[in-house]
Write a protein that binds this ligand. Structure first.
Ligand SMILES: Nc1ncnc2c1ncn2[C@@H]1O[C@H](COP(=O)(O)OP(=O)(O)O)[C@@H](O)[C@H]1O
Ligand SMILES: O=P(O)(O)OC[C@H](O)CO
Length: 501
């Protein structure tokens, strides 16, 4: 507990895939101030994605300072910081110099595909699923970490000697903010490494051996809501959660059966399953989430790798829009996609397909197809992928969702939200408070330091801003969706690889 008297604010640091954000909340969990900076995405080879960890730290510290300055606050007025982050992204750094030994390998990066194939050939797939709750896919940190240790000369030896540290982005930021004093992570982030036993809540000796990862470099694993340390300026760090689990908590989905979908760079549908680690039969992940006080709970997760990033691709690579927001206008200019389907398998396909060899494609091109149709197909692809995971999740849970709670940057798009409701045949509920990821991190930090007594105090905050009701009739909906399934089937197994026909 810290002294929260005269400290009337919590800062959430939301370190996402495309930007670093700092959001200041008051005692009523209202947003006081937000600061945000985008940072550079590095694509050194096809299918590879990297970030510069120093730039991540620099942008994250800068937005914190900026938000405090804008709000006219001094750091003494902040009760605690909550940290939430893009998950799985892997950093290895030198304990003495504080410098990373390689760029951060981002969750979307496919470079460890061959390591995963070897794990499968060696018969480890079932063990990985039973122990870590994950599928054997390059998405997760373990094989990225192995790649760094295999490829940066001398690094495995140095890690064994205790000279190097590994962390996901939460660990890296906390280590930097505490001036190298604290090397921790939380259960939600640990559950995404493929190195953590989600049942015993310990690093798994067999996975460390199989991937040849020295235990000395791993962070200590803690709960999502406690005081881990202090920044150099003295602010307590009191909450850590992977961004998807933080959003689930921020949406107050803390009871079994409650679910949300976040539309950011990717799309992540999580359903709380309480104290039961449910094993999926349909390509969902079993992961650690937060219970009502930030304690360990379990969730089923459907992870889609490319959601809002498809819109960024239209903006940054195709250059057919200036701003993500414009997609709504262009999509509404046409009555349908004119038979066009865009499958954004830029970095393979995640749930429920798990195909690292799939690559993106445009289907159904005819002479009448215009840019508007392609933009519309890009937005529709986000909704189709969510339908893929929701169908799989409903088969696993045996329950049909009455409505879907949504959040993330792309939910501002009304066309997307309406098409989502149409293609699911399920009501979509958009909350007034869109910063649910940051809010979740703020709640975790606020609960840890006694700033808030319990989530109950904050229940009134979950106000729905707009509901989107399905409007498409059943045959039209299923016809569109059948076209999507056909398009996806043609992107599968595209990259040549050992064992392919
Ligand atoms: N109005 C919009 N329509 C469609 N996509 C949008 C819109 N606004 C933002 N996006 C997309 O949402 C993503 C940003 O959402 P955010 O939740 O900040 O993501 P992240 O945390 O992954 O960085 C970007 O990929 C952007 O292209
Ligand atoms: O940064 P986001 O919001 O795209 O989230 C990334 C996820 O945590 C990856 O698993």
């Amino acid at each position: 507990m810290t002294d929260t008297q005269n400290k009337n604010y919590i800062i959430a640091l939301d370190q996402g895939t495309t930007s670093s954000r700092a959001i200041i909340f008051d005692r009523d969990a209202n947003v006081v101030c937000t600061a945000q900076r985008e940072f550079v995405q590095h694509y050194p080879q096809a299918g590879w994605v990297e970030h510069d960890p120093m730039e991540i730290f620099a942008t994250q510290s800068a937005v914190m300072v900026e938000a405090l300055a804008q709000a006219g606050l001094h750091h003494d007025q902040v009760a605690a910081i909550g940290i939430t982050n893009q998950r799985e992204t892997t950093v290895v750094w030198d304990k003495i110099t504080g410098r990373p030994i390689y760029n951060a390998i981002v969750w979307q990066c496919r470079r460890s595909t061959e390591i995963c194939q070897q794990l499968k050939r060696d018969g480890h797939e079932q063990y990985i699923s039973d122990t870590t709750g994950l599928v054997t896919d390059p998405y997760f940190s373990g094989t990225k970490l192995k790649w760094i240790l295999d490829n940066v000369e001398g690094s495995r030896e140095r890690a064994r000697n205790g000279e190097l540290l590994f962390g996901t982005i939460d660990s890296w930021l906390i280590w930097k903010f505490t001036g190298g004093k604290t090397h921790v992570t939380d259960y939600t982030n640990a559950s995404r490494t493929m190195l953590f036993n989600i049942h015993t809540l310990e690093w798994d000796a067999k996975m460390l051996e199989v991937l040849d990862i020295p235990r000395e470099m791993l962070p200590e694993v803690k709960s999502s809501s406690e005081i881990y340390g202090r920044t150099k300026s003295g602010i307590a760090i009191g909450g850590i959660a992977g961004d998807q689990q933080a959003a689930l908590f921020g949406q107050m989905c803390v009871e079994p059966g409650q679910a949300k979908n976040t539309y950011g760079t990717g799309c992540f549908l999580l359903m709380n399953t309480g104290d039961k680690a449910v094993k999926s039969q349909h390509g969902m992940l079993t992961t650690i989430a937060c219970g009502p006080r930030g304690e360990v709970a379990y969730a089923l997760e459907g992870a889609v790798f490319n959601g809002g990033s498809t819109v960024q691709w239209l903006r940054d690579e195709l250059k057919i829009i200036n701003d993500a927001h414009d997609t709504e206008y262009f999509a509404n200019k046409v009555k349908d996609s004119n038979g066009v389907y865009l499958v954004p398998a830029f970095t393979g396909l995640g749930a429920p397909y798990w195909d690292p060899y799939a690559r993106g494609a445009l289907f159904g091109l005819t002479r009448g197809v215009r840019v508007d149709h392609i933009i519309r197909a890009a937005l529709e692809s986000i909704a189709y992928q969510t339908r893929d995971v929701l169908d799989a999740m409903q088969q696993d849970s045996g329950e049909r969702l009455k409505s879907l709670r949504v959040d993330g940057g792309a939910v501002a798009n009304n066309f997307l939200m309406q098409f989502q409701a149409d293609i699911l045949g399920t009501q979509v509920e958009r909350p007034q408070m869109r910063e649910t990821t940051a809010l979740g991190a703020a709640y975790l930090a606020g609960l840890a330091c006694g700033f808030w007594g319990s989530l109950e105090e904050l229940r009134g905050k979950a106000v729905i801003e707009r509901e989107f009701a399905p409007q498409l009739d059943e045959p039209a909906k299923e016809k569109l969706y059948a076209g999507w399934k056909k398009a996806v089937s043609r992107t599968r197994d595209w990259e040549p690889h050992e064992g392919a026909e």
